[in-house]
Design a protein around this ligand. Structure first.
Ligand SMILES: [Zn+2]
Length: 152
């Protein structure tokens, strides 16, 4: 067993796993379906006159999508769609996305220079705000230069 230490520098936002889940996890899509197979004539009564089951039951039709939701995958997908990098904390307790740099994952000491001459902070902030605000995830206090350490 060995331990690896990786450090990343990202200009962007860093949010807890719970925040990302709240913003990215699909909402249940609910549909009403017949509660039994009696085919009794539709009535406004709550229960089937033949078997006593509810006439209509609510069914979540995207349950599989909700069950297979994975925060890491969802944040990574969002970062890729924005052409940004992602870094996460140990056990995925937080995730950061933005413009950044990090080691290639080898065990040698490493230092990577990130080109900053052409980085426009306003462009990055605008891009993130546009993507995150509709999800309820934008907080300008979370936008900044993040140093992320991952120990695995
Ligand atoms: Zn019935």
């Amino acid at each position: 067993m060995s331990t690896s230490f990786n450090a990343y520098a990202l200009i962007g936002v860093c949010l807890s796993k719970e925040s990302w889940e709240n913003g990215l996890k699909p909402e249940p899509i609910v549909e009403e379906k017949p509660g039994c197979a009696c085919n009794a004539e539709f009535s406004k009564k709550k229960f089937c006159p033949e078997c006593g089951q509810p006439n209509l039951v609510k069914v979540v039709i995207n349950q599989k999508e909700i069950d297979k939701f994975n925060t890491y995958d969802a944040v990574e997908k969002l970062a890729k769609s924005l052409k940004l990098k992602m870094a996460c904390g140990y056990d995925g307790d937080f995730y950061c996305i933005g413009v950044g740099s990090g080691p290639a994952g080898n065990y040698e000491p490493d230092a990577i220079r990130m080109e900053i001459r052409n980085i426009d902070l306003v462009v990055i902030e605008t891009k993130l705000r546009k993507a995150l605000a509709p999800l309820g995830l934008w907080d300008e206090n979370e936008f900044g230069l993040w140093a992320v350490q991952y120990v695995g």
